[in-house]
Unconditional design. Structure first.
Lengths: 402, 238
């Protein structure tokens, strides 16, 4: 009986093809919008996650705490020093790499070209901490690091700006008036999640950077990579204990340094984009509701148009529930059909959009199933009132209807 | 002797009133009807419009209920039944033929005939077989897959008759079955109804305006102002 009803409903949808199509359109657009929004949104979330993980996995960054804007502090401001780094290197059992670094944006010159690049003074551990490989050439040697020799590694952007496809190894570039020899090229890391070109960089030994570029012995940040299988929160706690000791912070006093956990930041940003996705999805959901009202409208028209048919059916012995089910199934089939077309359309839209925005295409099975269920539900909910109206018709009146 | 007296009554009206409106605007469509129709009778109902014959037909067909009085159908007080029970009663025991055929458009003849069987819950194979037989019965073999638009008026009315008899009902209610047909077609339809009345013992109650159509029935009830003005039975047959 139900199968029969579904068959009849499909037949009726087919017989009124144009009207059915126009009715479907509301649901199609609604479902397509929801599916496209959510698919693009989750692609963005995935993109943000992978961008942040490019910074390095299980990465913690230690920096000196800065006084807040009013100038009042609850701690004694103090720069990070070489002995903080030494203490961490010695005492931190849970770390894979500990690398001090200092950065400055300066002009870099090669031949007649000059560009502005981010120059970093650091050690080889920095590359480990940030999962960054040397593509050609080599990393620093121990003696270069200790002596602050004027050698440098360059990022992919600097390389292509200066050397094109030529070989940069052994060439000499000028960084802030002092020259240095290129000993290696870093692999490309692309743009960071914050929109920064991570390849427009020059790396040199920290002591050389301090002497020739910065002109002081400050250490901007210490990069710490947690050893495999160690929670970053454990490493964070350990860093805090060690630094409080070497920086002689009295018990009860606030830390004069900050430890940022990149994993946490990644999670926070991902959850922000997830919230965005949810909101966009909800807005798109409103159009689904409008589609549902469209279904109700057309079902009311359909019931009125087929008053005589309902009269015939009632006269020859259909019960109220038969008529109710007939129109309910028809509304459900209609909106379900719209839902399926909408899913196809939404996924294609999302496919095109993600390709254009170069973010991953991440369709979610659960969202698709939800969309199918929801469009069926819309059909039932919005089809119910018109169906009930049809079922409650007086057969005598209905048969008289022209 | 009245034929109705000899047979077991199928339909009994006992002081049936049907009133529309209230107070001053009150209209008595039926003003105390007392009639009984026996199993296997062929009855024509005539009368001017507004005489109450349509109201009486609706009550006979269990589509409507009296305001007061008793309408008995098959020993049941059908006037007191609820909507659902009357629907079941119609589906089991009553077939309908209308002036305007009332077939479902864009639906084949055989599908139209199957319709009452669907609501009876008959399995599709059996349904198809019964519908084919019914169509053959009314002389429409070979037209099973035609839609109403592809059939003439007379053929459409035959499909409607097939739909009415496919459930093997006890009673056939025909509301001006020849109203939309020319004379030749009308007589074909009436011959068909007469045959069904004779062969199957089908009780037929038919409303008509035309005397020559009414003459096919053995008994004629004339309505006037909500009452049965005359009840005549032709004596030539029986």
């Amino acid at each position: 009986m139900l199968w029969e009803t579904i068959r009849l409903a499909l037949l009726s949808v087919w017989r009124n093809a144009l009207r059915s199509f126009l009715t479907l359109l509301g649901i199609v657009i609604g479902v397509a919008a929801v599916i496209a929004m959510i698919t693009i949104g989750s692609g963005t979330t995935e993109k943000v996650r992978s961008d942040i993980s490019k910074l390095g996995s299980n990465l913690l960054v230690v920096q000196a705490a800065r006084p807040d804007r009013s100038g009042s502090t609850s701690f004694t401001p103090k720069q990070l020093e070489a002995k903080d780094v030494e203490a961490l290197k010695k005492g931190l059992a849970t770390a894979k790499a500990v690398a001090p670094s200092a950065q400055k944006s300066v002009r870099v010159v090669y031949g007649s070209q000059n560009i502005s690049a981010q120059v970093t003074g650091t050690e080889n551990d920095y590359f480990t901490a940030r999962d960054w490989n040397v593509e050609s050439g080599r990393a620093f040697t121990e003696s270069e690091i200790r002596g602050g020799t004027n050698v440098c590694l360059i990022g992919a952007t600097v390389r292509s700006q200066f050397f094109g496809s030529g070989d940069p190894l052994g060439q000499s570039i000028r960084v802030n008036r002092s020259s240095c020899t290129v000993i290696g090229v870093l692999e490309s890391k692309g743009t960071s999640g914050f929109g920064q070109d991570q390849d427009n960089v020059v790396m040199m030994p920290l002591s050389g950077f301090q002497r020739r570029i910065a002109g002081n012995r400050d250490i901007g940040s210490i990069f710490v990579a947690a050893a495999d299988g160690v929670a970053t929160s454990d490493v964070q706690a350990e860093i805090e204990t060690i630094l409080r000791e070497t920086r002689r912070i009295a018990p009860g006093a606030d830390d004069n340094f900050e430890i940022r956990d990149m994993t946490q930041i990644a999670d926070a940003m991902a959850s922000a984009t997830t919230t965005m996705t949810g909101m966009l999805g909800a807005v798109a959901g409103v159009s689904l509701l409008v589609g549902g009202i469209g279904i109700m409208n057309i079902m009311l028209v359909s019931v009125t148009e087929r008053t005589r048919e309902i009269g015939i059916r009632l006269a020859i012995g259909a019960h109220e529930r038969h008529i109710l089910i007939q129109f309910l199934v028809e509304a459900t089939v209609l909106s379900l059909l719209g839902g399926l077309i909408g899913i196809a359309l939404g996924l294609s839209l999302a496919g095109v959009a993600t390709a254009l925005l170069s973010i991953p295409f991440a369709p979610s099975i659960s969202i698709i199933l939800l969309a199918v269920g929801f469009s069926a539900l819309i059909g039932m909910v919005f089809g119910f009132f018109p169906a009930l109206r049809g079922a409650r018709l007086d057969p005598i009146e209905a048969l008289r209807h022209e | 002797m009245n034929i109705a007296m000899r047979r077991q009554p199928l339909i009994t009206f006992e002081n049936v009133w049907k009133t529309y409106g209230k107070g001053e605007a009150q209209v008595h469509a039926l003003a105390g009807i007392d009639v009984s129709i026996g199993q296997g009778e062929f009855v024509a109902i005539m009368g001017p419009s507004g005489s109450g014959k349509s109201t009486a037909m609706n009550i006979v067909g269990c589509l409507d209920t009296p305001t007061s009085g008793r309408y008995g159908f098959l020993d049941v007080d059908a006037g007191k039944l609820d909507r659902g029970s009357r629907a079941t009663l119609r589906n089991r025991y009553i077939g309908f033929v209308f002036q305007g055929y009332n077939l479902l458009p864009r639906t084949t003849a055989v599908e139209n005939v199957e319709l009452p069987l669907i609501y009876r819950g008959v399995a599709s194979r059996e349904r198809r077989e019964l519908a084919m037989n019914a169509l053959a019965d009314v002389g429409l073999k070979g037209r099973e897959t035609h839609t109403p638009a592809e059939l003439s008026g007379g053929q459409q009315q035959r499909v409607a008759i097939a739909r009415a008899i496919v459930t093997r009902p006890t009673l056939l209610v025909a509301d001006e079955p020849t109203g939309n047909l020319d004379t030749a077609r009308s007589h074909e339809i009436m011959d068909l109804l007469t045959r069904l009345n004779g062969e199957l013992g089908l009780t037929i109650v038919m409303v008509t305006h035309e005397q020559d159509i009414a003459d096919y029935a053995r008994r004629t009830l004339r309505f006037l102002d909500g009452r049965v003005a005359s009840d005549t039975t032709s004596l030539e047959t029986a």
